[in-house]
Each structure stands twice: as C-alpha cells, then as structure tokens.
Design a binder for this molecule. Structure first.
Ligand SMILES: Nc1nc2c(c(=O)[nH]1)N[C@H]1C(S)=C(S)[C@@H](COP(=O)(O)OP(=O)(O)OC[C@H]3O[C@@H](n4cnc5c(=O)[nH]c(N)nc54)[C@H](O)[C@@H]3O)O[C@H]1N2
Ligand SMILES: Nc1nc2c(c(=O)[nH]1)N[C@H]1C(S)=C(S)[C@@H](COP(=O)(O)OP(=O)(O)OC[C@H]3O[C@@H](n4cnc5c(=O)[nH]c(N)nc54)[C@H](O)[C@@H]3O)O[C@H]1N2
Ligand code: SF4
Ligand SMILES: [Mo]
Length: 720
C-alpha cells in the first residue's frame, strides 16, 4: 500500500508516495501531486529512500569508552549515563551548564518537545538551533516590519500570475528545482529578475549573459559586488520615489515610517550606488520602472520580491531584508493579491521549526519568552509554575563558541554539556575551528542522529533516531502550510523516535511534567500551547489534517485558530498583524561585510549550494548516485582570475582567510565575477569551506556572515 508523504529534505516539501520496494526492506519513491512540486522531484528527492538503509546507519546507542572509541551499548546504559552525568554537571554548575542545539529538519512535534524538555526538565535558557544560520535575519526583519514571520505569506503558486518576480540571493533552480515551473509564465513576460554575483542556474534562466538586456531576454540578471545588495535596494527605492512611481494611497493607509525611509534613500542616487555595488545606474533605473509597471497601483499584474540566503547570511542581513520590504511597501505590494514580499525558507521544517520553541528567545506559537502573558499561557499547558520557565538564551554562534568556556571577570562561564538534535555543526557552523575547539572543551556531548555525522563522531553518547519514512508527524512548508509526514516502514535496528528519547530522559530526571510519545497527542498539546499566538495551530490535529486532505486538498496555512477555521493562505490582505495593523517602514543603511577584501585577502569568497548535496552533506554524501556527481569540494572561479593566479582548470587550490585554510579543486567558469570565487559548504575535512568563513554576526538577528568573506587563493603546491 502506498504511503502519501513528503520529501525529507528541503522546505518545498515535495509530495511523494512511498511503496514497499520488491525484495528489500526499503521503499521506492514516486512523485505525487502537491501544489509546490506539481508532480516534480529533484534528484535528492528521487534518491531519498537510499539513506534508510545506508550501510553505516546508526542502529544502536553508542557510548565512548575509556579507550576513546564509540562502542554499542543498550538504551538503558546510554540513557542512565546521560542522566547521571547531566545531574552531576548541573549539581556543580547550575541549570545553565547544559545546552541544547536543535534543527529545522525536526518535525513540529519534535521541535516543540525539545523546547519543552530544555525549559522544564533541564531548566536551561540555553537552547538555540541551526535556523539561526538560515532564517533569522528574514525572521527579525519581517517580525519588525510586518508583525509576522511566515516565510511566504501567500501560496507559492501565486507567483506565476505576476509580471515581475525578483529573486535576491536565491538559486532556486538548484535549491528547489521543481519550484522553477511556477516562474515560467513570469519568464515568458520577460519579468524574471535575479540578483546574484554569479550567473547561477537561476540567473541563467533570465536568458541574459550579463547586466544588459539581450535579444529574447526573459528578464534581468543583476550581478552586484558580493555583500552590496543593500545598496542596489536603496538605489532602486530612491528611483521609485524620485520618479514618483510610488503607491501614495497604500503608503498612507497601510504603512508608517515612510518619511524616514524617504530621507534615508535620498543619498543613494543610481550613479553613486553604481560606484559601490557595480551595477550600472541604467540597470537600477530600469529595475525601478519594471517593478512600478508591474505594481497593482499602476494596473500591472503584480510583482514579488523574494529573498534567499545570498542576501540574508550577512552582518547586514536584517537590514537588507528590511530594505527589500521597504521597496515592496513603496510599491504597494504586500497584502495585495498577486503581489508581495517573501523569504524562501530552506530546511524541511525550517518554518515550523522556528515557531514552536527551539529558538533561544521563544515559546510555542511564535511567542516571546519575555512576554508575561505568553509565559503564563504556556506554563499552564505544561503544568509548571511560570516562574520556573527560564528567560532567553544565547543565539547559536554565541552559544556554540561559549561551550566549555571558563568564567572570567568579563564573561560568564559557558555550558559544559550539549545535546544536539538535527544539526551537523562541525561542518555547517561558521569558522568551524572555533566550534570544534569549543566542543572539545565539553564534559558531555550527546548527539541524536541516524548517521555518524562529523558531529556525532565527536560525541560521548550517540543516540540513534528514526528517519522520515519511519515516523509520523507534521511539517510546515515554506508557504506556512502544515502538512503530514507519514510512516511507511519500521524503524531500523534499535533506533527510537526522539519523542520517546526525550520522554524517557524526562522520566529518569524525575520530571513531573507530562511528555507524550504519540505524535498525534504531542501535536494536540502543541496546538493548545500555540493557541492565541502568532503561529496559531489550535484548530488543527492529525485527524483533521488527514480527513481533509482528500476532501479539500493538502494541509492548512497557519494561523488556524479554530476547528472550523479554513486556514490563512494570505494573512496580510486586510491588515498587518502588528499592533496598529500597519506595516512599519524602518530606515537602514549600508556598511559592508565585516571581513572585506584587502591586499592579503584580495578576492571575495561566497558560499552556497549545489543541486546534489543537502547542507553539511551528512545525508547526501551517503547516497551513491549523488556522491558520484559531486564527490568533492570545488571552487568556481573566472578564467581571467585563474590565469592571473596561475591556477589551471581542475587543479587543487589552497584558500586562506584570517580563520584558516582549505583545499578544493578549481572549476573555471565564466559565470562568476572576476573578483569573486564560489565554494559549496557540503564537504568536510580539508574541503570544508567553513574552515574559512567568518563568524561575525548580524547585530539584530545573530545570523552569521556565511555568504561573504575575503580570501587569498593560490595553487595548492605554491609556496607562500
Ligand atoms: N541542493 C540543495 N538544496 C537546498 C539545500 C541544500 O543544501 N542543497 N538547503 C536548503 C536550505 S536549508 C536553504 S537555506 C536553501 C538555500 O537556498 P538558496 O538561498 O537558493 O541557496 P544558496 O546557494 O545558499 O545561496 C543562493 C545564492 O546566493 C548567492 N550569493 C552569494 N553571495 C551573495 C551576495 O552577496 N549577494 C547576492 N545577491 N547573492 C549572493 C550565491 O551565489 C547563490 O547562488 O536551500 C534549500 N535547498
Ligand atoms: N558556508 C556556509 N555554511 C552554511 C550555509 C551556507 O550557505 N554557507 N548555510 C547554513 C544553513 S542555511 C543551514 S540551514 C545550516 C544547515 O546545517 P546543518 O544543521 O548541519 O544541516 P544538516 O546537514 O541538514 O544536518 C542535520 C543533521 O541532522 C540529522 N537529522 C535529520 N533529521 C533528523 C531528526 O529528525 N532528528 C535528529 N536527531 N537528527 C536528524 C542529519 O542526519 C544531519 O546529520 O548550514 C548553514 N551553514
Ligand atoms: S526540491 Fe526539496 S523537497 Fe523537492 S525533492 Fe528536492 S530536496 Fe526534496
Ligand atoms: Mo538553511
């Protein structure tokens, strides 16, 4: 019998059917109609079942012995060891001495339980997650400006009706290939705009070779100096205002703060902006006019501005998203049918994962942990005294680098034990030298995973968990649509669900707080905890999601505040969920990357993804078909730069930044700027780009500057 579920990887959450595979214990994958993928899957989705039976899957708990190696042990021994050691650490150093690191791949039920476990059992404020690396700048900016952080506040399929779609720092064609079909009508209208220092696969869809419009063009590729998108946005906003292309009525009725923003963009006339971002003034003007013509106020079909990690993973990520929202507001786009601003969420449950309490400052339902009413509501659901719920913890980079740090007069001591659930931080965090060093200082590292990731291999205790096709739960897609993940096969070996692990640990810690292990019951509790919050799931249950899927189509867009509420596909139609119902415009300015190019590091290093691999590669490097195509780290560089540095195509390059060195193969490509190189982050060992990246963070969101730093590069054999 077929099981209707969704892909384990990215936030597009493509629909798929799983069927028992003949003659094996595994399953086979076939694509299923679902609005985001419309029957398509990328190569990662097609091959996803292979990981269920990967030869080195962890099928039993592992404990590091006196010999320094990890050895199989029973569940009882593993959990007793954890309980004993955590209790001793907390007795000596206090509750805060234990930390938790979660992930945007966890189901809603697991993310919720993890946050509750940290606050009620460990009683620590120190919980954060890898979404800090992914969505935190967009979240900070949208919460501030629009009153709500729902990545896309409209169904993805809405994009196809627009005249113009601008993708800022998103390579959708490689990171969510089936989504590209929704852009086809926009391309036909010549309205696809891609802003990327590389002519990525997505930028190539514009049909443009460079910054000028060619014959038969389907849009515009804008190729700015890395880290200067904010200047592009300030200049385009300047032109919209200077040429009086704005939507005065909308600004008056639906926004506040326009005057300050108008003043703040005044100094960014296109010719000045061009000297900073390298985009021709004519292109900046053309963009402003294209957008204005597409806007509903001028009778266009509509326009969308969308941001990806290319502009968000920056020390000015929150400012850049804010500038994108400001531009969308002067054009009168958000909350108008067929128009809007959205951030493209990345991880499978990157959206739900940031709503239910694994973020340092947050309680379920997207509530603030410092809000007394929120604390009282959630405390009542958990059955605890609200005074026992800790306050906000440290954001991811700060948390990871503080691990095991001794207290001094200047800084408090860092946590001495860490639980990791759903992240491979020694590959994916910025400046990993520093993170690996911090992990080594710990008294106890517990990692839950189903594969021996680079981080799991450093652990004192590894707990094997079930994989996507072995469990029930819910995910919330990039559209804010709550959907069901369903079990198709039995768990491998002695792997257990994280819900069971956390409930069992709670029991062993002597907690009186109730921890359910049935995902449907956990969901019901999550729904109650979220009631009245921004991300209100209280009208949903597994039963309702299942029953209605056949009748009304898949999933519900949150908020769904009642059992008979139809869900909210487009939450900003009538008002913004802010205090005064208006969008708030906030002036921002450009200050550039923390680690800018200079004589000893003269080239921009930008990082990102390739189609075949997912994130730290812990999963996809174990899938033979994917690994065959992309087996090792590479550096994309322009032949002109390569020739100047004596680097042959296919040769090994040594890259060096202020943080460290890495080695990777040169891949000549005319699609990148001559002052910039690109390297994916999916590889470990000497090919890990995060040996090089900067851990400077955005002052508001805590998001690290993964995308841009300054590097030196030369042939690997060359003497320095
Ligand atoms: N194949 C694959 N797909 C994935 C994932 C994966 O690991 N692999 N991960 C998922 C996740 S969690 C996420 S967050 C999404 C990410 O999805 P995207 O945001 O599309 O992915 P990235 O490749 O990180 O970055 C996008 C682009 O930003 C560009 N860029 C770099 N620096 C700058 C800059 O300064 N300005 C601008 N404008 N662009 C810049 C890069 O050249 C790159 O083409 O993908 C999801 N889908
Ligand atoms: N240089 C550079 N670095 C980056 C980025 C970049 O663009 N450039 N992007 C950043 C972004 S956007 C992201 S999202 C992060 C992602 O970085 P990571 O958080 O490291 O991502 P994954 O590789 O997905 O790690 C997830 C781990 O959890 C395991 N896992 C999956 N599901 C579950 C589960 O349900 N329970 C448990 N316990 N484990 C599970 C997987 O096997 C895997 O080992 O990387 C960031 N790092
Ligand atoms: S686009 Fe994302 S959800 Fe769809 S098959 Fe690929 S990895 Fe899976
Ligand atoms: Mo991400």
């Amino acid at each position: 019998m077929s099981t209707a579920t969704h892909c384990p990887y990215c936030a597009l959450q493509c629909g798929m059917n799983l069927d028992p595979a003949e003659g094996t214990t595994g399953v086979s994958v076939t694509p299923r109609q679902f609005p985001t993928n419309a029957g398509g899957l990328c190569q990662k989705g097609w091959t996803s079942a292979e990981l269920l039976r990967t030869p080195d899957r962890i099928t039993t708990p592992l404990l590091r012995g006196r010999d320094g190696e990890l050895h199989p042990v029973g569940w009882d021994e593993a959990l007793a060891t954890i309980t004993d050691r955590v209790q001793r650490i907390q007795a000596e150093h206090g509750h805060d001495a234990v930390a938790v690191f979660g992930g945007g791949g966890l189901t809603n039920e697991k993310a919720y339980t993890l946050g509750k476990f940290a606050r009620t059992v460990l009683r620590t404020p120190n919980i954060d997650y890898n979404g800090r690396f992914c969505m935190s700048s967009a979240a900070a900016a949208t919460n501030r400006a629009l009153g709500m952080d729902r990545g896309l506040p409209f169904p993805l399929t809405d994009l196809s009706g627009a005249d113009v779609v601008v993708l800022l720092g998103s390579n959708l064609a490689e990171t969510m290939p089936p989504a590209v079909q929704h852009l086809a009508p926009v391309r036909d209208r010549g309205g696809l705009v891609v802003v990327d220092p590389r002519r990525s696969r997505t930028a190539a869809l514009t049909g443009e070779p460079g910054g000028t419009q060619g014959e038969g063009s389907q849009g515009v590729h804008v190729q700015p100096v890395p880290g200067t998108d904010l200047v592009v946005l300030l200049a385009v906003t300047h032109v919209v205002i200077a040429e009086n292309l704005l939507d005065q009525d909308y600004l008056a009725e639906r926004t506040t703060g326009f005057e300050e923003v108008r003043r703040s963009v005044a100094p960014w006339w296109p010719e000045r902006a061009e000297t900073v971002c390298g985009v021709p003034a004519g292109t900046l003007r053309r963009l402003a006019r294209m957008l204005a013509a597409a806007s509903p106020a001028r009778g266009g079909r509509g326009a969308y501005l969308l941001t990806g990690r290319g502009v968000e993973q920056s020390t000015q990520g929150t400012a850049t998203v804010t500038a994108t929202i400001n531009l969308s507001l002067v054009l009168g786009l958000p909350g108008r049918t067929g128009s809007g601003y959205g951030a493209i969420t990345g991880q499978g449950n990157g959206q739900g994962g940031r709503e239910h309490g694994q973020k340092a400052d947050q309680l379920p339902g997207y509530r603030s942990i410092t809000d007394p009413a929120a604390r009282a509501h959630v405390a009542a659901v958990w059955g605890v005294d609200e005074a026992t719920i800790p306050g906000p913890g440290r954001p991811a980079v700060e948390l990871l680098t503080s691990l095991g740090r001794p207290a001094t007069d200047e800084v408090p001591g860092g946590p001495r034990a860490l639980f990791v659930h759903g992240a491979n931080v020694v590959v994916s965090a910025p400046n990993v030298h520093r993170v690996a060093e911090a992990l080594r200082r710990l008294d106890l590292l517990v990692v839950c995973d189903f594969v021996p990731s680079e981080t799991a291999l450093l652990a004192d205790v590894v707990l094997p968990v079930t994989q996507w096709a072995e469990e029930e739960g819910t995910m919330t897609s990039l559209e804010g649509r709550v959907i069901r993940r369903r079990r198709a096969v039995d768990p491998s070996g002695r792997a257990r669900s994280e819900l069971w692990i956390l409930a069992e640990l709670a029991r062993r810690f002597g907690s009186v707080v109730r921890f359910d292990t049935d995902p449907a019951e956990v969901f019901d509790e999550l729904a109650r905890a979220s009631a009245g919050g921004v991300a209100d799931y209280s009208g949903l249950s597994h039963a309702r999601l299942d029953a209605d899927e056949a009748a009304k189509g898949p999933g519900y867009f949150w908020p769904v505040p009642a059992g008979d509420h139809p869900g909210t596909p487009r939450p900003f139609q009538d008002r913004f969920p802010s205090v005064d119902g208006r969008a708030r415009m906030v002036p921002v300015d450009h200050y550039g990357p923390a680690d800018d190019v200079r004589p000893d590091a003269p080239v921009y290093l930008v990082t990102g993804r390739v189609l075949q691999h997912y994130q730290s590669g812990a999963q996809t490097r174990r899938v033979a078909e994917l690994n065959r195509i992309a087996a090792e780290a590479h550096v994309e560089l322009h032949p002109l730069l390569a020739t100047r540095l004596g680097i042959d195509d296919g040769s090994l390059i040594r890259l060096r930044t202020s943080r460290g060195e890495a080695l990777a193969r040169a891949r000549w490509s005319e699609s990148i700027r001559t002052d910039t190189v690109f390297m994916p982050f999916h590889f470990s060992g000497t090919g890990s780009v995060n040996l090089l990246t900067s851990d400077a963070t955005d002052p508001i969101s805590g998001m690290p500057e993964f995308k841009v730093c300054a590097t030196d590069l030369r042939p690997a054999g060359a003497v320095r």
